[in-house]
Design a protein around this ligand. Structure first.
Ligand SMILES: [Fe+2]
Length: 375
């Protein structure tokens, strides 16, 4: 790892506007109106269970034609992206606003970025470049975890091939981000725990990535500090005032990873998440201690800095935090399925290639052996 990373990445893309605070979600549709009179309000199931969806629609500016579109749940697929693009064309949408967890936001940003493309979505999932800009995307997360509101990529699954990977494009950056603690107040505690461990993993991996810059270091380290300090409080009470700090930490981690990238935990997370159908945050939480041990020497002074930031030896703190959050490994004591495929996909991942230690096949096997050994 170089002693002095560059100050900035070669390309820096950020949200144009970020709004933070309780009640800010009510400004979403007025913000949307700046980008056109017709648009899609994409949301998950959580938004329909309370008053928020109706409150948003009640406050729509006059003349704004809003089509609500509900994500059915689970992780987004290429088929869903295609359906959303078709609905957006039929409605004449000029923007897509996503209010939801990482799946909702990844679905919305992909549909917005691919709106004007002419090839099947699978072509872009397989690496075809997006030929022209899409329509505006706005994002309001309902979990403090994925950081998807501030990233340039959308993680999608091709259900025909089973491939789960990202489409990455600068057009996927949200123009407006709304971080409203009211949106996570009804989030179930296990979701807070899993999402928070994803956010913490992302902050640590962005901080230690071989693509890290001075700027990403500042953002990622503050993300580590905020998430480590406040995740347990919000887990115990999602209405706790610390939820604003947790949302901020998750957002900072997202901004950092959007240009610093990640590491081997996220390289493993996609194949393991697809094979075992377990929440992404739980995969991250299970893999993180092993990846930290593997990477410890390659971190250099950053291991000490991270330990000081969380107030204890980093690996010990991660273990304690997982226990306090009731996070249990979904892999311990199980059989490794499709070992060769998992190793190949992990080694090919862009996240793995940003890992501070150059990852070999033997390294992936080392992590898998520990991950699947009995607890
Ligand atoms: Fe993640």
């Amino acid at each position: 790892m170089p002693d002095k990373p560059p100050c900035l990445p070669d390309t820096l893309v950020l949200p144009e506007k970020t709004l933070l605070g309780c009640g800010k979600i009510l400004t979403l549709l007025p913000e949307c109106a700046r980008f056109g009179h017709r648009g899609i309000l994409l949301h998950g199931a959580a938004l329909t269970s309370g008053r928020i969806l109706n409150d948003l629609l009640d406050r729509a500016p006059p003349g704004l034609a809003v089509l609500p579109f509900r994500h059915l749940g689970e992780e987004p697929t290429l088929t869903e992206v295609t359906k959303l693009i078709e609905a957006a064309h039929h409605h004449g949408a000029e923007w897509i606003a996503g209010v939801g967890g990482g799946s909702v936001l990844d679905l919305g940003k992909a549909a917005a970025a691919l709106f004007h493309t002419t090839h099947p979505v699978s072509d872009y999932h397989d690496g075809r470049a997006i030929e022209q800009p899409g329509i505006t995307f706005l994002a309001a997360p309902t979990t403090a975890g994925t950081g998807s509101e501030a990233t340039l990529n959308s993680v999608l699954t091709n259900t025909e091939t089973g491939a789960k990977k990202s489409i990455r494009n600068i057009g996927m950056m949200a123009r407006v981000v709304i971080l409203d603690p009211d949106l996570i107040a009804s989030c179930p505690s296990p979701v807070i725990a899993a999402a928070g461990m994803d956010a913490l993993t992302q902050a640590i991996e962005a901080f230690t990535s071989r693509k890290a810059t001075w700027l990403s270091d500042q953002l990622a380290l503050q993300g580590v500090a905020l998430i480590s300090a406040h995740l347990e409080s919000v887990y115990r009470d999602p209405k706790a005032p610390q939820s604003e700090a947790l949302l901020t930490g998750s957002y900072l981690a997202g901004v950092a990873l959007s240009f610093a990238r990640l590491g081997v935990v996220h390289g493993l997370a996609h194949p393991l998440g697809t094979l075992y159908h377990v929440p992404h945050g739980l995969v991250c939480a299970a893999c993180l201690p092993h990846a930290l041990e593997l990477n410890r020497d390659a971190f250099g002074d950053k291991y000490r800095i991270l330990s000081e930031t969380v107030g204890a030896d980093l690996i010990t703190r991660i273990g304690d935090l997982s226990r306090n959050l009731g996070v249990v490994s979904p892999f311990a004591g199980r059989e490794v399925r499709e070992r060769e495929k998992t190793i190949a996909e992990t080694l090919a991942s862009g996240s793995t290639q940003a890992n501070p230690k150059a990852i070999t096949r033997a390294d992936v096997e080392w992590i898998l052996d520990r991950l699947f050994s009995p607890a």
